[in-house]
Design a protein around this ligand. Structure first.
Ligand code: F6P
Length: 340
């Protein structure tokens, strides 16, 4: 049996643990074919076979040994044909697709076309539905919390307002939990937009009382009065998402202008996605990989693995991508208790 494995979309810590879990738990009669650069590798036929030696110790490494890309391989009839021809030529009996909603939406489509596909949910933003956590998220929260921890002393020494931007396109999980863990004084996430005026009021109040302030803001936060993302609207990926980034600078400029406080902005960005995964993410990735291989062996296709409670279960791929798992209001309210 030949099983293709690919990693698509933004990288995150824990991907290599999944790949290792798949290879390590495959039986002797199974050949694991690593498809390079996500779905793109199926269009270009860039592959490498993976054996035990190739995955030795890789679970502690960040990124993905297979490379990744944001490629929509069904964009045109020609691409679709190329993809189907190549699956045949590479003699792939099944494919394990490790990725977020974009990658998994392609997996679901291929499954509906009759291909044997298993999905493994991956997103640093932790917004795949029906799974409690995706690997990489825990690492990102730790890196974010550590960065905010460090910013307290410099903000306090200078009596400054520091606006810290973290990843999170539609879901503010990373910003909320890193901000809560590190005691940010105001947390701004896409799910619960505020007006610029409210942000200014919070800032004035906090500065009058405590003399310094840290605001954690998700890249996808959009103040209700501007009503759109801050980013590069001219740069759109294969799945139609604009390149986000810059809300921290935007807010810092307005805060400085309206209040006169010495204000700086810091963008953590890809730092949150880099480096070695936490023990939690290494284990979660490993469990996902092993379970994905089990599904292939049982020919239980069209499904993705998911963490529910402490169990790794399997659910139809569509259940993971139908809606985004967003921060619920009761949780944001809990965080709000600690603002100021
Ligand atoms: O989708 C995950 C994510 O990390 C988002 O939070 C962020 O907007 C985006 O990827 C960044 O993408 P890229 O790595 O292509 O710049």
């Amino acid at each position: 049996m030949r099983v293709g494995v690919l990693t698509g979309g933004g990288d995150c810590p824990g991907l290599n643990a999944v790949i290792r879990g798949i290879v390590q738990s495959s039986s002797e009669d199974t050949e694991i074919i690593g498809i390079l650069h996500g779905w793109k590798g199926l269009l270009t036929k860039e592959t490498r076979s993976l054996d035990l030696d190739d995955v030795e110790g890789i679970h502690i490494l960040g990124g993905t040994i297979l490379g990744t890309s944001r490629t929509y391989p069904l964009k045109t009839p020609e691409m679709k044909k190329e993809l189907e021809d190549n699956i045949k030529e590479l003699e792939l009996d099944s494919i394990i697709a490790i990725g977020g909603d974009d990658t998994l939406s392609v997996a679901a489509k291929l499954s509906s076309m009759g291909y044997s596909v298993v999905g493994v949910p991956k997103t640093i933003d932790n917004d795949v539905s029906n799974t409690d956590y995706t690997f990489g998220y825990h690492t990102a929260v730790n890196v974010g919390a550590d960065a905010i921890d460090r910013l307290h002393s410099t903000a306090k020494s200078h009596g400054r307002v520091l606006v810290v931007e973290l990843m999170g396109r539609e879901a503010g999980w990373i910003t909320l939990e890193a901000g809560m863990a590190a005691g940010a004084h105001l947390i701004l996430i896409p799910e619960f937009p505020k007006k610029i005026g409210e942000v200014i009021e919070y800032t004035k109040k906090r500065m009058a009382k405590n003399g310094y302030m840290i605001i954690a803001v998700a890249e996808g936060f959009s103040p209700t009065d501007i009503g759109k993302y801050v980013g590069r609207e001219d740069e759109v990926d294969a799945f139609g998402h604009i390149r986000l980034g810059g809300i921290a600078h935007y807010l810092a400029d307005i805060i400085s202008e309206k209040t006169g406080f010495d204000t700086r902005s810091i963008v953590l960005g890809h730092l949150l996605r880099g480096g070695t995964p936490t023990a939690f993410d290494r284990i979660l990735g490993t469990r996902y990989g092993v379970r994905a291989m089990e599904l292939v062996n049982k020919k239980d296709f069209g499904r993705m693995v998911a963490l529910q409670g402490n169990e790794i279960v399997s659910i139809p791929i569509e259940y993971g991508i139908a809606t985004k798992k967003l921060v619920p209001y009761y949780y944001y309210q809990l965080a709000e208790l600690f603002f100021e």
